[in-house]
Write a protein that binds this ligand. Structure first.
Ligand SMILES: [Ca+2]
Length: 368
């Protein structure tokens, strides 16, 4: 029995050092599951094959999926309201990737203003769930504008998120302005410990880390942050675990016409997204790029397979500097920046690179 116990302990240790370590940021096996396996294992069935069958069988059925609430400013296929052209399509890729992910359970989706107006984002959230999700997901309408600190009001999304968090701890994928999450934290601060982490698309290392796109180059805004600076400040002040997937990482990933053709042959969700992305791709190609950066999908990818991203712990803070969108008027035009470095600020996890075969992995996760 002593020999059996030591063999079993060794096998468990090897398992965790390999597979378990790879999934360090993902689901955790529960201690009770481990005890259950240990207690149901008999020395008579002591071959490694039998052990593996018992081990993986128990774990695959009892493994707990990561619970994720998605807060998004979906704008797939929308024309811009404030100027010529089309709105971002990247939220659609993030949502579809999580619909496909075996290790994720989406507890709810809320719409927020941002890339488009709140009513459009809400309609698109409902469309994606009804047309492409394999299981029912509640959808709620959130904030239509940035937080007004002098008049903080709740909305349907904030109330639904609060109710969901009261039931179980979860991660929030916030791929628009952080307004709904910040409203939740102001109105229900007692729920902060229920938020495992918030993954956002924002931030940069220095005030001159410009978001350069096109040829000739022009500067893109840090839109989610720019639309509601206070929301980010609130997340930091409430000491939420924040993960940032900024322009620095998404600018290393390109989707091209060839990729849209591959998606065309995938599921109905892929086909819809591919068609709706064509005018967006054309906009980028006309501006001189080879394709477009699917910004938000880096944040969803962090949830399904963090080992595909390269990241480091940094400190984040808000600072005011010359407005990089108005450099011709730099004497008079300033703005807030979300800066991340090793100097001072709130601890965050900063994702800045991808593994060498990332593109292949991204496409596989979408075409699954
Ligand atoms: Ca977005």
């Amino acid at each position: 029995m002593k020999k059996f116990n030591s063999t079993l302990t060794l096998l468990i240790a090897i398992y965790f050092l390999t597979y378990g370590q790879l999934n360090a940021n993902m689901d955790r096996w529960s201690l009770s599951t481990l005890n259950h396996i240990y207690q149901n294992y008999s020395p008579e069935s002591s071959s490694i094959g039998e052990f593996n069958a018992l081990f993986s069988g128990r774990f695959s059925t009892e493994r707990r999926k990561k619970k994720v609430w998605i807060d998004t400013d979906l704008a797939v296929g929308m024309k811009r309201y404030n100027r010529e052209g089309y709105s971002d399509v990247d939220d659609g890729y993030a949502v579809l990737q999580l619909f496909n992910a075996d290790n994720i359970h989406i507890t709810g989706i809320s719409a927020v203003f941002g890339n488009t107006k709140i009513d459009d984002a809400y309609r698109l959230c409902k469309k994606m769930v009804s047309d492409f999700s394999s299981y029912p997901i509640p959808v709620h309408k959130g904030a239509g504008e940035r937080i007004d600190l002098t008049n903080v009001v709740t909305n349907d999304a904030v109330e639904a998120m609060a109710e969901s968090l009261r039931k179980e701890p979860q991660t929030i994928l916030a791929i628009g302005p952080a307004t709904n999450v910040a409203l939740l934290l102001l109105l229900y601060p007692e729920l902060a410990p229920q938020i495992q982490e918030v993954v956002l698309v924002a931030g940069r290392r220095t005030p001159t880390s410009y978001f350069e796109i096109g040829n000739p180059v022009h500067h893109a805004p840090d839109l989610n942050f720019d639309l509601d600076n206070d929301a980010f400040r609130i997340l930091f002040q409430k000491e939420i675990k924040v993960v940032l997937c900024p322009f620095e990482i998404s600018n290393k990933v390109w989707l091209t016409d060839e990729d849209l053709k591959d998606l065309q042959n995938g599921s109905p969700g892929n086909e819809w997204l591919s068609n709706a992305s064509k005018p967006w791709l054309k906009q980028w190609v006309d501006a001189g790029d080879k394709g477009f950066n699917p910004f938000d999908v880096l944040a969803s990818h962090y949830l399904i397979a963090p080992e595909d991203l390269i990241m480091e712990p940094l400190l984040a803070r808000l600072e005011i500097h010359v407005n990089d969108m108005q450099l011709l008027d730099k004497e008079h035009n300033f703005k807030q920046y979300l800066l991340c470095d090793k100097r001072n600020g709130y601890p965050i996890l900063y994702c800045y690179g991808v593994v060498s075969d990332y593109h292949q992995k991204l496409m596989a996760s979408l075409l699954k």
